[in-house]
Design a binder for this molecule. Structure first.
Ligand SMILES: Cc1ncc(COP(=O)(O)O)c(C=O)c1O
Length: 398
């Protein structure tokens, strides 16, 4: 694939930039463009209604330079562990600008969240009981409760979990019982809601349908707790395309829809939170790995790379490949005839597949395969220590 205006949003760098990176950096490596990160945050912030907060989902990419870039633009942060809280604090996050979520929060996690002044999204009565014990302030601690909609959330691939059983949150069917039980813990006060919307959603209408469900649940929750909710967290799920054939999420349509939802639900006077991870960080990064050898086995073309699921696990988990192209260091992005290839890594397991791609037929050892959209759910999601290969370097540019 040669980069054209139509494909540039799949790769954070242009052809000259990719060739420069491949020629001057020891691979395998990740490279991130901070200008892209800043541009995406600004663009999303600019279209959203003022009552919608943006909390960057740290899990998608916890790189400190990225968090610093978002913090400088006033981002909130969505953290899910004590480690993420300390990275967000190091990046300059301030307490009221942090939310904390997770299905199995330990006391250490909760203490870190309390220390940072984060709004905790409780997942069950145990969280409430622990916070009741740990909270030392004079006034009750405001918390959000995560609710699983009775009808599930609408998603293309089941990642959040559809309408079935869930390890997360409180099922909507037992919300009333939960609120009654939580009322026994008077040092904790339910003031908000979290309903997770979707994962990698490209259809604004489907996303907004889930957001409407959240507001419907919020109205009921407000009645049950008998006090005004001040935050409704809609989770993440803003999607990015991993192939040219996929649509691009219309963020203007999402924003306009959120504006309409706020008008329709005038009982709610607080703020909405969106927690995008992938949409903000995915397009900032590329992963590059050198071709070690190529082979054909029983009719299937393999490209064997120096990095595999120890660096990029997502294709194996989701069945979706990253977009790829090939660079010959010093000569640039390779054009010419391509054919389909399975991308395999160096690990001694047939699980070590990093997707597939159309790659030049004259690809040879020393060429570098570049994976686009690799700024999210990549470096920290991989099986980094399996087989003790070196960790890839991370380069932050701009
Ligand atoms: C609580 C929470 N918020 C936000 C996100 C980010 O989602 P995305 O990267 O799809 O925007 C996730 C992802 O798993 C999550 O669990």
């Amino acid at each position: 694939m040669i980069l054209t205006a139509a494909t540039t949003d799949l790769f954070a760098f242009d052809e000259a930039g990719l060739d420069h990176l491949a020629s001057t950096h020891t691979s395998p490596f990740f490279a991130y463009d901070l200008a892209t990160a800043r541009e995406r945050f600004t663009r999303l912030r600019a279209v959203l209604p003022p009552r919608v907060r943006l909390a960057y989902a740290v899990k998608s990419n916890p790189g400190l330079p990225l968090l610093e870039a978002f913090a400088a633009q006033g981002a909130w942060f969505d953290c899910a562990s004590a480690g993420e809280v300390s990275t967000a604090l190091a990046a300059g996050a301030t307490g009221p600008g942090m939310v904390f979520a997770g299905p199995a929060k330990t006391e250490r996690d909760l203490q870190a969240a309390l220390f940072a002044g984060a709004r905790v999204q409780v997942d069950g009565i145990e969280d409430v009981a622990r916070l009741h014990r740990l909270h030392t302030g004079d006034r009750p601690l405001p918390v959000n409760v995560r609710i699983n909609p009775a009808g599930g959330v609408s998603e293309v691939a089941t990642i959040i979990g559809g309408a079935g059983p869930s390890a997360f949150g409180v099922d909507e069917e037992v919300m009333e019982d939960f609120v009654a039980e939580a009322a026994h813990y008077d040092r904790v006060e339910i003031r908000g809601l979290q309903v997770f919307s979707a994962s990698n959603e490209l259809d604004a209408g489907r996303l907004l349908g889930n957001h409407r469900t959240a507001l419907r649940i919020g109205r009921r929750l407000q009645e049950l707790v008998g006090r005004e909710l001040d935050l409704i967290d809609l989770g993440g799920g803003l999607g990015i395309r991993y192939a040219l054939s996929e649509a691009t999420l219309d963020i203007r349509a999402v924003s306009a829809g959120l504006g309409r939802i706020l008008t329709e639900h005038d009982w709610f006077t607080g703020e909405l939170i969106l927690e995008p991870g992938r949409w903000l960080s995915g397009p900032t990064g590329v992963y590059a790995a050198r071709v070690v050898r190529t082979k054909t086995s029983r009719g299937e073309r393999f490209v064997m790379l120096e990095g595999g699921i120890n660096h990029l696990l997502r294709p194996l988990l989701t069945g979706q490949s990253f977009p790829t192209l090939a660079v010959r260091p010093g000569e640039g992005v390779l054009g010419g005839e391509t054919s389909a290839a399975t991308l395999a890594g160096p690990l001694c397991t047939s699980l070590d597949r990093v997707g597939s791609g159309d790659l030049p037929t004259d690809l040879r050892p020393g060429d570098v395969v570049v994976f686009g959209q690799a700024g999210a759910y990549a470096y920290t999601q991989a099986m980094s220590h399996f087989l003790s290969h070196a960790l890839p370097e991370q380069h932050w540019i701009g």
